[in-house]
Ligand binder design. Structure first.
Ligand code: NIG
Ligand code: FE
Length: 402
């Protein structure tokens, strides 16, 4: 610690999410910011005098709660069109897999996304991002995967990067070329995997457009053997991996993700106890996506008890996408994670802060209120942080910093 802080926040309760007490709570706390970093955090009574100088701006948080800024660690925010018709179809007896097999599903969004130019994609994603930001989100993961050709995948990732630049939100991109088999490769999925490994991934990496590589392991998508090839290519390029795993069937995706040291395995409704154990041993984060669970009409929730038993960190995200989760509210995802998966409100808040940071490989940078981390936090007019998961939307933060 050296010199006065630029800003101090006090008359606040802190939910540091950094361990210790429940919510890492510090009642009547104070938080000091210097150079965009948290310089000091603790009980106000213990605030070192030297932190307050002539230039220090002292903010009154009005007795509310300060949490780390929220992190949406799994989105498909960039896409064209919507799939309300498919949603309606499911309510009239169709299934998510059925629509996909008939050329609807992901591929129908691919057609629209291929036809859209960067400006149109940027404009529609901008609105969705604004809704997340209004809820205190300062870090968002955005996947490609609705292009499925070199040019269209690059286009999606460029739009994701542009969104980060123009908004100031920290955007982490994931290359999801293995999201679906594009129609021109129907019946030739191995050839498409060749294209991903030999051409798409190198092109994406050459432009520095991906922070991670993702894939959809599922009977209607790619096998673990195919994805292993993609992940080996990712590792050779120094890119971490994540996996859409066990969403619709138990494909041993969780254990597979753990075996390759994936940052996260996501969805996980059909994950077995053995899969949860493997994730715990590997430190792979379970990203729970209750919006997708609810929207596709799933019946089996992810094995939360097994995740707890095996020490698997659980993140919560919107999965914002036009097919399985047309949701742009991370607070709603927290509420649904509690209501549908029985997470506690504290687990849900950890899921959009500390655990979400881990799922993105950003644990050293964001996700808790700790000295040295980025000064990105939200001030909420709530009486207790459990209210963030309790209200079904509608509780925006008063201020978001960072
Ligand atoms: O995370 N599971 C695969 N991918 C997305 C759905 C994409 C879509 O239906 O357009 C998901 O749920
Ligand atoms: Fe997804």
């Amino acid at each position: 610690m050296s010199g006065a802080a630029e800003a101090i926040w006090q008359n606040a309760n802190l939910a540091t999410m950094a361990g210790g007490a429940t919510y890492g709570a510090v009642p009547d706390g104070a938080l000091a910011v210097r150079g965009g970093r948290i310089a000091w955090v603790g009980a106000r009574a213990a605030l070192p005098e030297g932190l307050i100088g002539a230039e220090t701006v002292v903010h009154d948080a009005g007795g509310g709660w300060i949490t780390p800024a929220l992190i949406d660690c799994h989105t498909h925010l960039v896409f064209a069109g919507n799939r309300a018709e498919e949603f309606e179809g499911r309510l009239c007896g169709d299934t998510y897999e059925g629509a996909a097999r008939r050329g609807g599903g992901i591929v129908s969004t691919v057609m629209k996304t291929r036809a859209a130019d960067e400006a149109a994609l940027l404009a529609s994603a901008r609105g969705r991002l604004a809704r997340l930001v209004a809820e205190g989100v300062r870090t968002v993961e955005i996947k490609s995967g609705y292009g499925l050709s070199i040019e269209s995948e690059l286009k999606m990732l460029r739009v994701a990067r542009a969104l980060g630049r123009e908004s100031g939100v920290r955007v982490r991109t994931s290359f999801l070329g293995a999201h679906a088999v594009p129609p021109e490769f129907a019946g030739r999925s191995d050839d498409y995997v060749d294209l991903i490994v030999e051409e798409m991934l190198p092109a994406v990496a050459a432009e520095g457009l991906a922070d991670a590589v993702d894939a959809f392991a599922e009977t209607i998508a790619f096998s673990n053997a195919q994805i292993r090839r993609i992940f080996e290519a990712a590792a050779a390029l120094g890119l971490p991996v994540k996996l859409h795993a066990d969403q619709l069937t138990d494909g041993d995706g969780a254990a597979f993700a753990a075996s390759v040291g994936a940052l996260s395995a996501d969805h996980l409704e059909y994950t077995s106890a053995a899969g949860a154990q493997a994730m715990g041993a590997a430190g792979t984060v379970a990203v729970l996506l209750p919006g997708a669970y609810a929207t596709v009409g799933a019946r089996q929730p992810p094995p939360v008890a097994a995740f707890r038993a095996h020490g698997v960190g659980m993140a919560v995200a919107t999965d914002c996408n036009p097919g399985s989760s047309p949701m742009c509210s991370l607070l709603m995802a927290m509420n649904l994670a509690c209501a549908l998966f029985r997470l506690t409100p504290e687990e849900a808040l950890a899921g959009v802060t500390r655990q979400a940071a881990r799922a993105l490989g950003l644990a050293g940078e964001v996700g808790t209120l700790e000295v040295g981390k980025a000064a990105e936090f939200a001030v909420w007019d709530v009486g207790h942080p459990r209210e963030l998961a309790y209200w079904m939307g509608g509780v925006g933060p008063r201020v978001v910093l960072g």
